[in-house]
Design a binder for this molecule. Sequence first.
Ligand code: SAM
Length: 294
Amino acid sequence: MPPKEPVRKRDLVLKKLRQIVRTRAGNAEVANNEYFEFFKEVPITHATVRRLLLRYTRKYPIWRNIEGYEDLFKRHGLPILTNLITEKMFSSNEKRIRFLDVGAGEGNLKDDLMTMFGDRRISYYGIDMIEHRNPDKSVKVNHFDLMYDSLPNNSFDFIVAGLSIPYVTDKFKALENMINSLRVNGTVAITGFGALRIDGDLRTVLSPLYDEFQPKNKLENAKWLIDKLKESNPFLEIQITENGGVLIKKVKEGKAKMPFKFNGATLRLGSLKASLDSNAALDVIVSNYSYTGQ
Ligand SMILES: C[S@@+](CC[C@H](N)C(=O)[O-])C[C@H]1O[C@@H](n2cnc3c(N)ncnc32)[C@H](O)[C@@H]1O
């Protein structure tokens, strides 16, 4: 169960910030920078993210189909999703690959995958922490919170997280959960690991959206992150793209270990059009970590 939090004060703070954002966003003359200076980061917990997300997804219930996912993969610098799935089918010893859609929304991907590959080649499982109403469809998306519920170990050949990790406060906990749930030779593909800052000597951000976090060479810090992850998890192959895509393959048996301590998350209300009624506000969750390895 998520820890209980003192919501009242937080709600008041968010309400106030929302009013300020609305007023300021009305003034198109104000430069983006000013917003970043103006809005400080406010601590945010998983429970608050959940509440905001619930409201947002009720208001804008748009879920991607396969074309949407292909576009997402392209934008995040990842290979074509259907090619990755096809390769997996050919390289797997299993007759039918087990596919997990993390943050699946209403599970729109399922029908397209079934049409393309057929239910003899692929089994679709969708999970989402919010139970989205889906009256017309047969797709069942299970109510599941990647932060608090453990996925079954060694269960999936392909895991996709399409724009769901930016909403997760402790991203490495979610990553650990997904990696442990892969079968050997399984792959996890993530679009948008989100704004991530590793406190200490290095700061790393994988999102292309927040320039002020970016090192000159965006991939330099990503390389550092890959090295540290691989030191603790030598059974993984890891790719991180310049545009915030992550592709991880489990090449051998192993239990994931994340060499980072979670120091909480903050919400940034900065971009010109940001308001708590729009997705933009949730996209600027910054997760803070310290490196605990050597
Ligand atoms: C922007 S939507 C993307 C939905 C879908 N993947 C798509 O591309 O159409 C993000 C989804 O991630 C889900 N999500 C966020 N945090 C989650 C968590 N901790 N566990 C499970 N699902 C989560 C949200 O409820 C939401 O449905």
